[in-house]
Design a protein around this ligand. Structure first.
Ligand code: HPA
Length: 283
């Protein structure tokens, strides 16, 4: 299924080339890396002094991405804080090898960011979660059937058997809750399950996920978080619940409603991320 998995030992030369291409264009040293999920790309417009690099200009990166994803790497300032942002991301369901899907977070680390904030659009598995709700990620379920770290390891980058207790950094979750309180943005906290996609879940799968302890479900983020933790990055995450999970209301799920809910929640997400960046940079 996932043709060449691009194992960890193959990553350093790819990262060397990516880093060199970015550094040809900007010397900005980011303190946070931010991955912008479906419909959340509007945050990119908030960056000042931004250098925008289309994915296709970066060595080894395909230019095509999923609808709703612009496909650019940006380095700039958010509220004055130097950040690197990924507008769009690579998904397993596009057929990309998992080693490509996780390259952006490792590139963020190469560029100097010790912290990554992963955002996504998600379906609500918790019946109490309505469209537009924001969920801080406390923990995850990797239900993709793949792991980015399979294959020969590079022990200089990370350990063979990385620990995943507190993968979602407790201190950064406290920072996110504080940022939410200070900006008046309501947030819940829960467990995110990544499935392979691209089909949405069946109602039976959503009931299963609920039984497994998931609060939200989507098609990204977890493999990125595993890689980031392996490499020693501190990881935080926010899901935007764009729709109740399949079967909860009986309505069919569409990508259009996912994008529309992303647009609608954009200002709240921007306020939250902006404040998060300010607090992280000042601590
Ligand atoms: N399921 C999976 N991924 C999603 C959903 C969903 O209901 N909504 C947005 N992304």
């Amino acid at each position: 299924m996932h043709h060449d998995p691009l194992p960890p030992v193959s990553w350093p030369p790819a990262l060397d080339a990516l880093q060199a291409e970015v550094r040809r264009r900007t010397s900005l040293l980011p303190v946070i890396g931010i991955v912008l999920g479906s419909g959340l790309g509007g945050l990119a417009d908030q960056l000042t002094d931004a250098t925008a690099i289309p994915f296709g200009d970066l060595p080894g990166w395909p230019s095509a991405t999923a609808p709703g994803h612009a496909g650019r790497l940006l380095l700039g300032r958010l509220s004055g804080v130097p950040v690197v942002a990924l507008q769009g991301r690579f998904h397993l369901y596009e057929g990309h090898p998992v080693g490509l899907v996780v390259q952006p977070v490792l590139l963020m680390q190469r560029l100097g960011a010790p912290v990554v904030l992963l955002t996504n659009a998600a379906g609500g598995v918790d019946p109490a979660y309505g469209a537009g709700m924001l969920m801080l990620i406390r923990d995850h379920l990797n239900l993709t059937g793949v792991n980015p770290l399979i294959g020969p390891n590079d022990d200089t980058l990370g350990p063979r058997f990385p620990d995943m207790v507190d993968a979602w950094d407790p201190e950064l979750r406290t920072v996110l809750r504080r940022a939410a309180a200070e900006t008046g943005v309501a947030v819940e906290e829960g467990v995110y399950a990544q499935l392979l996609g691209p089909s949405f879940e069946t109602p039976a799968e959503v009931r299963m996920l609920h039984g497994l302890g998931a609060n939200a479900v989507g098609m990204s983020t977890v493999v990125e978080a595993i890689t980031a933790r392996w490499a020693g990055l501190r990881v935080a995450g926010v899901s935007l619940v764009t729709n109740p999970g399949a079967g909860i209301t009986g309505a069919p799920l569409t990508h259009e409603e996912v994008l529309a809910a992303g647009e609608a929640a954009g200002p709240r997400m921007i306020a939250l991320v902006r404040r998060f960046a300010e607090i992280v940079a000042s601590s």
